[in-house]
Write a protein that binds this ligand. Structure first.
Ligand code: CP
Ligand code: NVA
Length: 314
């Protein structure tokens, strides 16, 4: 697949070729292995980001994305700055295009977490340095790269496996659908019809040959699952006033021990975090033997280091 941009932006999983995505995962695994047991602040053996300046812009809260990108840049010998969108002129009327052109004169790589996807795409269009999607209302590709790495470390290739997404067909679910197309796994969505994933994303995965099933019955959906995934019922871009309505719709899709019992015996459980314990998932599942949630969180670091190297061609 040829990119529509003259440089390696990491905007969405379906916009990067499958070969490059596999290469990124392989590099993430190798880089993780290479620094096993090392203190977090110690440099990697190779320093591909030496001399590189990375800007990390957040228009929404973040714990994992903020810290893992910052640490990753430093471990690879680069320098990073964490910027809050609301403290920038960006939040006070300066256009995205002008911001992108200005920032490209100062930094070598931009990561942005924002609301509307068009902010990301406009940034990518006007920046003369690579841009990484650190989550929008619509997608969260870095998370899913870490999740693929995590699945494969525990269970081998994800190709041909059955992934079940339970709950809201949100931004993280969308990137799972993109990944289904690129990594060749099947995805069953179980949740209320009002919160189905976007038809465009379902169609994309199906056209690529993935089996995508929409199943309203959570027990039927989870049968034979290799991986069960949940996320918050109220995302950062959802209004707080919708909370009660969403909870009422989503309650039948809570991941608990009774539901997990219908998945394969060796099924894994994932959640991108932050989680709301006893809402979308019980603590018994989160802290149980099938859960790999903290490995996922750790792998954000390793996967994103590999993504940054790919963006910069280093
Ligand atoms: N999973 C994830 O992106 O977490 P943060 O919102 O803490 O960055
Ligand atoms: N769907 C969640 C993911 C958080 C990492 C949100 O957008 O708030």
């Amino acid at each position: 697949m040829k990119s529509e941009y003259p440089m390696n932006h990491f905007l969405d999983i379906h916009k990067t070729s499958a070969a490059d995505l596999h290469g990124i995962i392989d590099q993430a695994k190798a880089m993780k292995q290479a620094r096993q047991g090392r203190p977090k602040g110690m440099l990697d053996d190779e320093l591909p980001l030496a001399g590189q300046m990375v800007a990390l812009i957040f228009e929404k809260p973040s714990t994992r994305t903020r810290i893992s990108f910052d640490v990753g840049v430093r471990q690879m010998g680069g320098q990073s700055m964490v910027l809050s969108g609301k403290d920038m002129q960006l939040g006070h009327g300066e256009t995205i295009a002008d911001t992108a052109r200005v920032m490209s004169r100062y930094v070598d790589l931009i990561m942005i977490r924002t609301f509307d996807e068009t902010v990301l795409t406009e940034m990518a269009e006007y920046a003369t340095v690579p841009v990484i999607n650190g989550l929008t209302d619509r997608t969260h590709p870095c998370q899913i790269m870490a999740d693929i790495q995590t699945y494969e470390e525990h269970r081998g290739p994800i190709k041909g496996k059955k992934v079940v997404w339970a709950g809201d067909g949100n931004n993280v679910c969308a990137s799972f659908l993109h990944a289904a197309a690129q990594f060749g796994f099947d995805l069953t969505f179980t949740g209320p019809a009002q919160l189905d994933p976007e038809e465009e994303f379902v169609g994309l995965a199906r056209r690529a040959g993935s089996k995508v099933v929409i199943e309203r019955d959570a027990v039927k959906a989870v049968a034979g699952a290799d991986l069960v995934v949940a996320d918050t019922w109220v995302s950062m871009h959802d209004s707080q006033s919708s909370k009660e309505r969403r909870h009422n719709m989503l309650r039948p899709y809570q991941i608990n021990d009774a539901l997990m019992a219908h998945a394969k015996e060796d099924a894994l459980f994932m959640h991108c975090l932050p989680a709301h314990r006893e809402e979308e998932v019980t603590s018994s599942v989160m802290d149980g033997p099938q859960s790999v949630i903290f490995d996922e969180a750790e792998n954000r670091l390793h996967a994103q280091k590999a993504i940054m190297r790919w963006c910069l061609g280093l």
